[in-house]
Write a new protein. Structure first.
Length: 152
């Protein structure tokens, strides 16, 4: 039984996508690479494709965090501060669970991210729910990126 990990999205299978790795035994995050070259315009936001999807157990989440070198050295930040990848995002019908990293360029000039450059860290975490939680009582996820809570 698979517990948690990363896989390459179908349409990216032949594009030399590397599965994320932790760099040291004490590293919490799995380094996630850009799957393609991207230009981040000054003050602009770009969804950087990773070619990856993540699977995990119920009660777990994958957080996306910017690598400190990208933030400090290049004035980049995640558009949503911390990205949240829910367990039911995996293989969703909207985009197969393709993880995209929403980066904003806060620098003074356009910034180019190259394919294979490590742009984020993924950290798997367990989470708690409240006594009156009713999640799972409604519809299943139907869309891809940013699809929970549609219509609210």
């Amino acid at each position: 039984m698979k517990l948690r990990g990363f896989e390459v999205v179908s349409e990216w299978q032949d594009k030399d996508i590397h599965l994320p790795l932790r760099q040291t035994g004490a590293s919490a995050g799995y380094d996630i690479e850009a799957a393609a070259d991207c230009v981040l315009p000054v003050g602009g936001m770009v969804l950087v494709p990773t070619g990856l999807k993540a699977y995990m157990q119920a009660g777990e989440v994958l957080t996306l965090n910017i690598r400190s070198s990208m933030a400090v050295k290049h004035n980049l930040m995640l558009a949503n501060s911390v990205g949240i990848i829910d367990a039911d995002y995996y293989n969703n019908p909207g985009n197969e669970g393709h993880i995209m990293v929403a980066l904003v360029n806060m620098g003074k000039e356009d910034f180019v991210i190259h394919k294979g450059e490590r742009v984020a860290q993924g950290i798997f975490l367990s989470y708690l729910t409240t006594d009156n939680d009713r999640a799972g009582a409604g519809d299943e996820r139907q869309g891809g990126f940013g699809s929970t809570g549609k219509g609210e």
